[in-house]
Design a protein around this ligand. Structure first.
Ligand code: GLT
Ligand code: MN
Ligand code: MN
Length: 407
């Protein structure tokens, strides 16, 4: 079926090889789907309208591959990319799968493991750059503890910082056009993971030697796991100039990291998210870090992938409707007008303003008594998202136009 929501290359949708390639393994059950090769993933995603794929080093090149094997795999993969008009905008490194990282990678108590993690990351950066990636994601899934007796959190943060500083220097030394995007998660697979949220990451970045080339890669599920408002986290990332990449998916609160199809649970929060991304001029890829339900076979995997992209496009269309809905916009104008202007100049301090403000009198009673009309506003947004409002507005406008034509 082709319609206005059918994904197109210019929508900049990307998927990790590990996402559609997810075989449905969980801590209690084995794989339910046979592997899908990276070459087949590239072909099918391209047919569905995706812009590109992202990968960990070991999604493509096995952990123990020889240099010759690596080069052969990379060559074939590059051919598949160009045959299918697909890009690799982001690359990352697996610092969590192999048992060597059981006590962490950059934050392992073992200095040799920390060095190995840095070596593995440099090689993954080389691979990413060779494939054209401009963003390098670092998700420290094993950078944490089950017991804080095992290491000092201060040491761990110091090692974490040193590793990222080292990698930034490496990128600069190699003249790589590559920026880092740090991805937070509060827990799972470790009991507690360091730098648990996007907010923690933003603060940590400012302590690095090269904060200018380090930003964030927030993931919907990871913030929702902590009960946080993802839209607010993204706004803060944009405000800080640090939204380098984004992991779109969905998540029910209070559960393990579900990585559900985008918009399958949190329609309203995802509406505000898409609206924000589109209206703020975010130029990066719309990356889906999600996977199909374990109940699915390969057909279900492609249904899942298409669903992620269609829902994004539908919500983008809803954001446009919101911006052009006369009644919603009128109410928003009224709300802003009722807010008045900054008569006291609190947007910028001066001694004079401070003195005036200290002696000013406010009509506290009047300011406290007025309602905000947010109930009416929210119901209009709810009806718009549910598809009722769009229709009725169109009908009203048509009726008006017909009446005008008759007159
Ligand atoms: C892993 C994790 C994701 C990260 C990926 C990048 S791997 O699937 O759950 O959230 O983004 O390392
Ligand atoms: Mn996740
Ligand atoms: Mn992710």
């Amino acid at each position: 079926m082709q319609d206005q929501y059918t994904p197109k290359k210019e929508d900049l949708f990307t998927f990790g090889l590990w996402t559609v390639g997810n075989r449905g393994r969980d801590p209690f059950g084995d794989a339910v789907r046979p592997p899908i090769t990276p070459l087949h993933i590239v072909k099918r995603l391209s047919e569905l309208g995706a812009y590109g794929v992202n990968l960990h080093d070991n999604d493509l090149v096995p952990f123990d591959a020889s240099v010759a094997e690596r080069d052969k795999i990379v060559k074939e993969f590059k051919t598949a990319l160009s045959d299918n008009g697909m890009k690799v905008p982001m690359a990352t490194v697996s610092l969590f799968y192999h048992p060597i990282f059981r006590d962490g990678a950059f934050t392992s108590n073992n200095a040799k493991v920390r060095a190995f993690a840095v070596q593995k990351t440099m090689r993954a950066m080389d691979l990413g750059v060779e494939l054209g990636a401009k963003i390098f994601v670092l998700w420290g899934g094993r950078e944490g503890v089950e017991t804080d007796a095992s290491k000092s959190a201060l040491d761990a943060l110091k090692w974490y910082r040193e590793a990222i500083n080292f990698l930034c220097e490496y990128a600069i030394d190699q003249k790589y056009d590559l920026k880092f995007a740090l991805e937070a998660k509060p827990n799972e697979p470790r009991g507690d993971i360091y730098l648990a949220t996007t907010g923690h990451m933003l603060a940590f970045i400012e302590t690095l030697d090269h904060p200018n080339i380090v930003g964030v890669n927030p993931e919907v599920a990871h913030e929702h796991m902590s009960g946080l408002n993802f839209y607010h986290g993204i706004a803060q990332s944009i405000d800080a100039g640090k939204l380098f990449h984004i992991d779109l998916n969905d998540q029910k609160p209070g559960r393990y990291d579900q990585d559900l199809r985008f918009g399958s649970e949190s329609i309203k929060p995802m509406f505000y998210l898409v609206k924000l991304l589109e209206e703020s001029g975010y130029k990066g890829p719309r990356h889906f870090d999600a996977h199909a339900y374990r109940s699915e076979d390969e057909k279900g995997v492609w249904d899942f992938a298409l669903g992620c992209m269609r829902t994004y496009n539908i919500l983008r269309d809803k954001a446009r409707q919101y911006a052009s809905d006369p009644e919603i916009q009128e109410l928003l104008r009224d709300i802003r007008a009722a807010g008045g202007t900054d008569d006291y100049g609190v947007s910028k301090y001066s001694k004079d303003k401070a003195n005036k403000l200290k002696t000013a009198t406010f009509d506290v009673q009047a300011l406290s008594s007025k309602g905000s009309s947010y109930e009416r506003l929210d119901q209009m947004v709810t009806e718009l998202i549910l598809g009722v409002r769009g229709d009725s507005r169109t009908r009203a406008l048509e009726t008006k136009a017909k009446a005008a034509a008759r007159a």
